[in-house]
Design a protein around this ligand. Structure first.
Ligand code: ZN
Length: 355
């Protein structure tokens, strides 16, 4: 038992060593931090941020589904079982210990997580590519189970992954483990990033923005930490999509006034519809107002994910694929398509130009 604990401790320390190579700051006041073995503390506001299993907890508020205590308890459950299970086993174990998730969705969630790398390949296709990619520093906001970062690591050398749920970071660590890649993991709020300004070449938020507390703050923080000409990428479902709402697999949710959505989902699906705020084309466009070269596109679905779908869903995807290729339907997809990929670039600011 002692040997097992020792191995775990070693892995945990590795994350801290990676973090020592980064320039971190207080997520609240952005002042300098001091690290001890157990925590980071801010030299200005004196706030203390604990280190949990080698991952700093820079959250100023907890994740939308579980409070701090429950998140810590589930994280511990994952830590206790992460050596005996493989990645898929750990995912199944996690969802079987999540009482608030209906049985019908558990399997779907596991499958979606396992296909994360296929989805990541589609996302990476939409990014501008250049020789300089190897040297770029990428931040992923809301890394979840890590499908994107392990795939992106083949193209980019420096990736930093954050998530508001410590338990997901622990599952993500399991995915990264044994892949011979080094990606620092940080637990924090997307609205309060613990990085200085002009730090990253690219910020990626895939299927994350719709779950955040303040979408406006996520955009302003991402903008702040991006370098000049740095690229922001967002993938998010369209509120006014004609297909089913992807979190509850129910059609028509987005067309209701926001305050009625919860009741509708509860009546039809018997599930809660909380902490989800899907944006329309115009709402998203507004979020990208400060960015230049903003480009909307409509992602294709990868074949592996397509094979997981039922006959009716597969038919819909086939129709979507056809109209996606015809430019006359571009406007239609902009308003009613299932989801968006949006890229925008941070302009060079006058205040940053040296005279
Ligand atoms: Zn501070």
């Amino acid at each position: 038992m002692l040997t097992w604990q020792y191995t775990i401790m070693n892995d945990f320390n590795e994350n801290l060593l990676l973090l020592d190579t980064l320039n971190l700051c207080c997520p609240g006041c952005k002042a300098q931090l001091q690290r001890s073995a157990k925590s980071y503390s801010c030299i200005a506001c004196k706030k203390d941020f604990p280190i949990m299993y080698g991952i700093p907890d820079f959250r100023l508020f907890g994740d939308p589904y579980l409070g701090f205590e429950d998140d810590y308890a589930r994280t511990q459950l994952i830590v206790e079982n992460m050596n005996r299970l493989d990645f898929a086993g750990l995912l199944k174990f996690y969802w079987s210990n999540s009482p608030e998730t209906p049985d019908s969705l558990r399997e779907k969630f596991v499958r979606t997580a396992l296909l994360g790398e296929n989805k990541a390949k589609e996302i990476l296709k939409s990014f501008p590519q250049s020789e300089a990619d190897k040297h770029k520093t990428i931040l992923e906001i809301g890394c979840g189970t890590g499908g994107f970062i392990v795939t992106a690591a083949k193209r980019y050398k420096y990736i930093v992954a954050i998530d508001i749920a410590l338990r997901w970071l622990m599952i993500c660590r399991k995915r990264v483990e044994g892949m011979n890649i080094k990606i620092p993991l940080i637990c924090c709020c997307a609205e309060f990033l613990p990085f200085p300004k002009n730090y990253f070449d690219q910020v990626v938020a895939s299927a994350t923005i719709e779950h955040t507390r303040s979408q406006k703050s996520v955009f302003s923080e991402s903008y702040r930490v991006l370098k000049q000409n740095g690229v922001m990428f967002v993938s998010t479902p369209n509120r006014f999509s004609l297909s089913a709402e992807p979190h509850v697999y129910l059609r028509g949710v987005g067309f209701l006034p926001r305050k009625w959505m919860g009741l509708y989902v509860r009546l039809i699906k018997g599930m809660e519809y909380e902490n989800k705020r899907l944006m329309s084309y115009f709402e998203l466009k507004k979020m990208f107002l400060k960015f230049k070269n903003v480009k909307f596109s409509f992602p294709d679905i990868d074949d592996a994910s397509l094979n997981q779908l039922g006959a009716w869903e597969r038919f819909q995807v086939k129709v979507y694929r056809k109209i996606r290729l015809l430019s006359i339907f571009g406007l239609f997809l902009l308003f009613f398509g299932p989801m968006y990929y949006v890229l925008g670039q941070k302009p060079i600011q006058d205040s940053d130009i040296k005279h």
